[in-house]
Design a protein around this ligand. Structure first.
Ligand code: ZN
Length: 124
């Protein structure tokens, strides 16, 4: 049985550059070039890939999300309010905790519903 594959899209400009490597250094096609490039990148960031994630979601409801920040080593609450999304720790709407909250699919679902109710929230 062969390894499952997935298709990814790349800008044509980048692929044109890759094509210049075809026939050189033993590369026969784009797939080989892409695989080698990605392997090198993954190897470079191996430590990051294997590190525990900085943020871990603890729970969320329509008021917001509670997360664990593994760098600060503490829990952080981010609230969804009619005037915006707010981090209680940093008293900010632009800190990393808010950005993490905005990446959570449950939070995004709540935000989209609240926007329909007229709340002034970031478009997600
Ligand atoms: Zn914060």
């Amino acid at each position: 049985m062969s390894t499952p594959h997935v298709t990814i899209k790349l800008p044509k400009e980048l692929v044109d550059e890759m094509d210049k490597l075809k026939g050189k250094h033993g590369f026969r096609g784009r797939g080989e070039i892409a695989k080698e490039a990605i392997r090198q990148l993954l190897d470079k960031y191996k430590a990051d890939i294997n590190a525990p994630p900085r943020f871990v979601k603890i729970n969320s409801d329509e008021n917001g999300i509670k997360l664990r920040d593994n760098v600060l080593n503490r829990e952080v609450d981010v609230y969804i309010k009619p005037y915006g999304v707010r981090c209680l720790l940093d008293d900010s709407s632009t800190c990393e905790h808010v950005y993490y909250a905005l990446s959570d699919s449950d939070v995004r679902k709540i935000i989209r519903a609240k926007i329909k109710e007229g709340w002034k929230l970031p478009d997600v």
